[in-house]
Design a binder for this molecule. Structure first.
Ligand code: FES
Ligand SMILES: [Fe+2]
Length: 342
């Protein structure tokens, strides 16, 4: 089992096993904080947002009482996904048999239930989950008794604030993408820049990826990477908030992207990134920024899909980390193993 002083990776079978993914959903995604969208999507009383926590469907609402709440987005009748998208509504009605819930999660109406000898509406409220905000970001946790979001974030907001003022950026756009690789392969690829000189020539031309100046920093609930532009003076930060929220701040004009790394099957991962920039960001710079980011993304997709195929070949039981270059992978794998076995 990988620990921070153990150079062995997790067993490669952990990257293709259905049963292990079910265990990850129960023991990791069902009880940790994950990026779920933007706070402004549920700013107004009477608004809702369908979102997801590692494949667990969630519904965030802001009631007419102004209270932000989260629920499992699964109908108590026969388990349909209750609703999709976001918007404003007084109630949420299931598209299957029209069971209707208040934004506070209570079951208000179930057609023909009055013909039942016994039907306890009270016992059929939506199951609660947890929701919290950090600046413009909305975080969700399927666990109704989750520890406060602020405790999970720890020092991360203060570290981010060194290089970026969250009040000075606003939402620009969302980009969806995915890859044919296990979510841990995708996450681990994000946790080292050992591959940067080989695999990201454009990135490495802009960012100083020398091991003495590209800083890797483990924390209890997140991992941080700090870098500087080769031109000097401009700082960048890349964070993984455990288990699966990536946060990127590239050196240069104010920018941030954030989003979850979501397993859909053991060998498929879906992602999106919400991009934030200064409201007066230059259009030509934005075009260049997105082209650069897409290029790095394409390079990473090829890498993780290659790793997935190599692991799935079944010829190696596990790999061997370089602890000086990949300590954040060792820390992440240790954390994952603790959650699954602890
Ligand atoms: S499954 Fe929702 S009303 Fe039947
Ligand atoms: Fe990469």
């Amino acid at each position: 089992m990988a620990t921070t002083s153990d150079p062995r990776t997790l067993p490669f079978t952990w990257y293709s096993d259905e049963e292990l993914l079910r265990r990850e959903r129960r023991r990791i995604f069902a009880r940790s904080w994950q990026y779920g969208g933007r706070a402004d999507q549920v700013a107004e009383p009477g608004s809702f947002l369908a979102t997801d926590a590692g494949g667990i469907p969630l519904l965030v609402t802001r009631g007419s009482d102004g209270v932000l709440r989260a629920f499992l987005n699964v109908c108590r009748h026969r388990g349909a996904i209750l609703t999709e998208g976001c918007g404003r509504r007084e109630t949420i009605q299931c598209h299957y048999h029209a069971w209707t819930y208040g934004l506070d999660g209570s079951l208000r109406a179930a057609p023909r239930s009055d013909r039942e000898a016994e039907f306890d509406k009270e016992a059929l409220s939506l199951l609660p989950a947890s929701v919290g905000t950090w600046g413009p970001f909305l975080f969700v946790n399927p666990d109704p008794a989750a520890e406060p979001l602020a405790d999970w974030l720890g020092d991360l907001p203060a570290i981010l604030a060194r290089d970026l003022d969250l009040d000075a950026v606003s939402f620009h756009s969302r980009v969806d993408f995915g890859s044919n690789a296990n979510w841990k392969v995708v996450t681990e690829n994000f946790l080292e820049c050992y591959h940067c000189p080989t695999a990201h020539p454009d990135f490495s031309a802009v960012v100083d990826v020398h091991p003495d100046r590209y800083v890797l920093e483990p924390h209890p609930t997140f991992s941080s990477q700090h870098c500087e532009s080769r031109a000097g003076g401009e700082h960048g930060q890349f964070h993984l908030l455990y288990p699966n929220t990536g946060i990127n701040v590239f050196p240069g004009p104010a920018n941030l992207s954030i989003g979850p790394i979501v397993p859909t099957t053991p060998a498929r991962t879906e992602r999106y990134l919400d991009y934030f920039f200064a409201p007066d960001a230059d259009d030509a710079w934005l075009t260049e920024f997105f082209a650069f980011d897409e290029q790095v993304g394409r390079e990473d997709t090829a890498l993780v899909e290659s790793v997935q195929r190599g692991m799935a070949a079944g010829v190696l039981e596990q790999g061997r980390l370089l602890l000086n270059a990949e300590p954040l992978i060792a820390a992440f794998q240790g954390w994952v193993a603790d959650q699954l076995t602890g």
